[in-house]
Design a protein around this ligand. Structure first.
Ligand SMILES: [Zn+2]
Length: 191
């Protein structure tokens, strides 16, 4: 679903537009036509639906170079391993989370709150997040280049222990990718 020339929604489940698996939160694609970054990865169940939406929106899969995570909850990071393999992209994640998602080991289910969320019934009992290699960690006040676009990081811990939001400025307008920072009606969910 194209929002602007440079921003698409390519995933989102029950709480969104039903574009992909019901457990997915929004997955965005930010693109200048030469390079594309996905922002968040969905829950990791039926991640091929996200890939199909990228293509349906006319985004050249060869331009998908980055996956940028707002935080490491399963419904935002769970599809990371699949998308990394699919696009051979680089994963960019908030500072100090590389070890939580470490490829070759199991995901740190305490740090990512996955164990508690599963116990609470948020995910099926069999649900696991496949670990993924993080190429770059970003801290507050950094810049991420996606083609000729620039995303600026702003650390906003609270909903998750390591939580980053990303600000994109295009043609004088600012867009925020907040990833659970704030919900409809101004609701904030702290873990
Ligand atoms: Zn979350």
């Amino acid at each position: 679903m194209k929002l602007t020339d440079s921003i698409h929604i390519v995933g989102g489940g029950l709480m969104g537009f039903g574009l992909s698996h019901p457990g997915d939160w929004y997955v965005y694609a930010v693109t200048d036509g030469e390079e594309t970054a996905l922002i968040d990865a969905g829950v990791g169940m039926e991640p091929e639906r996200i890939v199909a939406n990228v293509e349906a929106d006319g985004i050249d899969p060869d331009t998908v170079k980055y996956l940028i995570l707002t935080h490491c909850h399963g419904d935002h990071a769970g599809g990371g391993a699949y998308l990394r393999k699919q696009y051979r992209l680089k994963v960019i994640a908030p500072v100090d989370t590389r070890g939580w998602l470490h490829e070759g080991r199991t995901v740190d289910e305490d740090a990512t709150n996955l164990a508690r969320a599963r116990e609470a019934g948020r995910y099926p009992a069999s649900y696991r997040v496949e670990p993924v290699a993080v190429a770059r960690e970003v801290d507050d006040g950094e810049e991420i280049r996606v083609g000729n676009l620039r995303l600026h990081t702003l650390s906003t811990p609270g909903h998750a222990a390591r939580h980053m939001r990303y600000i994109l400025e295009v043609d004088g307008k600012k867009y925020m990718f907040g990833g659970d920072l704030v919900f409809a009606g101004g609701l904030v969910v702290l873990n």
